[in-house]
Design a protein around this ligand. Structure first.
Ligand code: TRP
Length: 331
């Protein structure tokens, strides 16, 4: 039996947070044995906002280093940069012609992002989910690990694939969302009702993966809590403490109940320090490996070249099938 195929990706838009790590990358590393994994650096998706070109180039390479530093093994999983596999942009164009304006207008991310960037509501932002569909469908992915905020994009991917298959016969595998057992949804430390985000404008809201230990400690110390002073999970009424419990649980593997017991009779100060320390310990080897990788650009280049080649071989096969079916002259 061949392994099931997984594809996922993160946009290369700058500093990754503890949320990206605990919510995505850390779980990906656990899937490598059991699945045939493709982990993409989604640099084309970042073009929907204005980037400084040199920063974008650096962010892309940084994300590659971070994937590896976090434990994605390039000998087991395929890591590649989206823009280096031309089939993504090509299939996205085709699929655009099988996607309706109506369905794209219903995407909540489009509505949110156009409200945020009212001065730059470009067509790329609108057709963003179609490029994402192309990413997934090119690899005939069975499973796509995505966070809550990307579920709708996976649904539209399925709709587009089913529509295409209905007209032209079986072409794309219909992907399923991969429900992550332990994936943590990490919220902001200052605003625990919104997702921890690299673009947060609140100071001390996000832990960045390259934050120094003192900074991590400071940010946790300043995190918003409540006045009860009891370490108890209650997402509705105690979103701040509940978020810290989630983080602590994701890293230590302890259950919420055990954590509540562990900190019975202790105050928030102790708990915050414990959470900060476990985060610092978790990130330490990653930060070290990351530095090492950044000093070795030749190695990184070797990985992305090989990744692009492997990815292209698979992606191009799907694209060829599509082009033949829709009537492009083949050579
Ligand atoms: N849109 C995803 C995000 O912002 C990133 C992404 C691009 C992706 N292509 C993908 C995720 C394909 C999963 C599969 O998080």
């Amino acid at each position: 039996m061949s392994k099931k195929i997984i594809l996922s990706g993160i946009q290369s838009t700058g500093n990754l947070t503890l949320g990206n790590y605990l919510g995505a990358i850390n779980n990906w590393t656990k899937m490598q044995e059991d699945y045939d994994c493709h982990f993409m650096i989604a640099n084309l998706h970042t073009l929907t906002i204005r980037n400084d070109p040199e920063t974008l180039r650096q962010n892309t390479l940084n994300l590659l280093a971070l994937y590896i530093a976090s434990g994605i093994n390039p000998e087991k999983s395929n890591i590649f940069i989206q823009s280096q596999v031309a089939s993504h942009a090509e299939l996205a164009w085709v699929l655009n012609c099988y996607t309706y304006m109506g369905e794209l207008s219903r995407m909540t991310q489009f509505k949110d992002k156009s409200a945020k960037h009212a001065d730059n509501i470009n067509s790329g932002l609108f057709t963003y989910p179609v490029l994402m569909a192309a990413d997934i469908l090119l690899y005939q992915a069975d499973l796509v690990p995505v966070g809550e905020d990307q579920k709708q994009h996976l649904e539209i991917t399925r709709d587009i694939a089913e529509r295409f298959n209905k007209i032209y016969g079986q072409t794309f595998k219909i992907p399923e969302p991969y429900v992550q057992g332990v994936a943590a949804r990490v919220m902001g430390l200052q605003d625990p009702t919104s997702k921890m985000s690299k673009s947060s404008t609140l100071e001390n809201d996000s832990i960045l993966l390259n934050d120094e230990p003192e900074v991590i400690l400071k940010k946790f110390k300043k995190s918003v809590t409540d006045s009860e002073n009891i370490v108890r999970y209650d997402k509705e009424n105690k979103p701040g403490i509940s978020n810290l419990i989630t983080i602590y649980s994701a890293i230590t593997g302890k259950t919420k109940e055990n954590i509540e017991k562990e900190f019975e009779g202790k105050g928030y100060g102790d708990f915050k320090t414990a959470v900060a320390n476990c985060v610092i310990e978790e990130l330490k080897p990653i930060q070290e490996k990351y530095k090492e990788l950044k000093e070795n650009p030749d190695y990184l280049e070797k990985i992305f070249r090989r990744g692009a080649e492997r990815a292209y071989t698979i992606a191009h096969k799907t694209l060829e099938d599509v082009y033949k079916k829709i009537g492009m002259v083949w050579f």
